[in-house]
Design a protein. Sequence first.
Length: 340
Amino acid sequence: MDTHCSLETIVLEKLESLINNNSQAAAVFSNPNYRASPVQILAQIARGNCYSDVNSLARTISRRRRRITDWERGDLIGKGSFASVYKGYSNEDKLFFAAKGVSLNEHRHICHLENEIAVLKRLHHENIIQYYGTERGEEMLYIFLELVSHGTLEQAYKNCRFKQSQVSHYTRQILLGLKYLHSCKVVHGDLKCANILVTELGRVKLADFGLSKSMEDHSQCLKLGLGSPFWMAPEVAKLKRVGYGFPSDIWSLGCTVTELSTRKHPHYNARDAFNLDRAIRSGKGPVVPDYLSDTLKDFINQCLQPDPNQRPTAADLLAHPFVNESSCAQPDLTELLLLF
């Protein structure tokens, strides 16, 4: 099969709904570079020649995200602490998506979902779950999201043991998502394997932004909003709520990488919830097993610095030797086009 022909077919099929819709076609073809050669540009980026420009290309080519207005709700595919997730089907583009819904009677849960909507609607990155819109009905509020069919990293590590190179591969992608998130002045607030999805091509997507916070007035200090205890940074757990920012996500990343490496939730030498809370507030991180490699232990320990000011940034950690043990493969063209 001719590679170029197959790429061209995929491109044209994926963009068909854009090209055939007059209002959208004007936006798509307004860029002279795209008008000249859409297939060559997309194929070049998909092959990795200029993949770093994928987000600006997505904004240029597709002036709007996928929008869902005519849809059907399918089976329940997941249930979280405050929302239920259903498989949805769009009657417009004939594609499936995830519909995350909360009853309008659950006022506290509605606040979480509305917060997630406010955060996700301004994000666009290959390692962050894609947002497609919302719908408020008579009984439910729904947020429409990219459907990631292979579950969470937690489900993945329960099914198989990852080699260190695989942990490195996933960690690099998480860091790329965090770097972008922090550049958008957003703190995730609840990073853990259960909140990270995996595509069939092995690409991870940060998800569950219900506890995320936007930085206000360019300050790196946030107040209120707590994540999961085992992954919680000391500055978040402290009773005085001293405020927290980007470094709290780095602490949670250290706990998440420990979780991914050991196939269990971060372990603290604490007998009960009271002692767990006291250990976290004192700055003690989870147990880092001796059997992990020195490079991996160093990465985790850098993330788990008690002083948030001493923790490296996501950008810093992308240069760590552990993260570069396994390079992330560039996505193929089919995956790339899912961004549009």
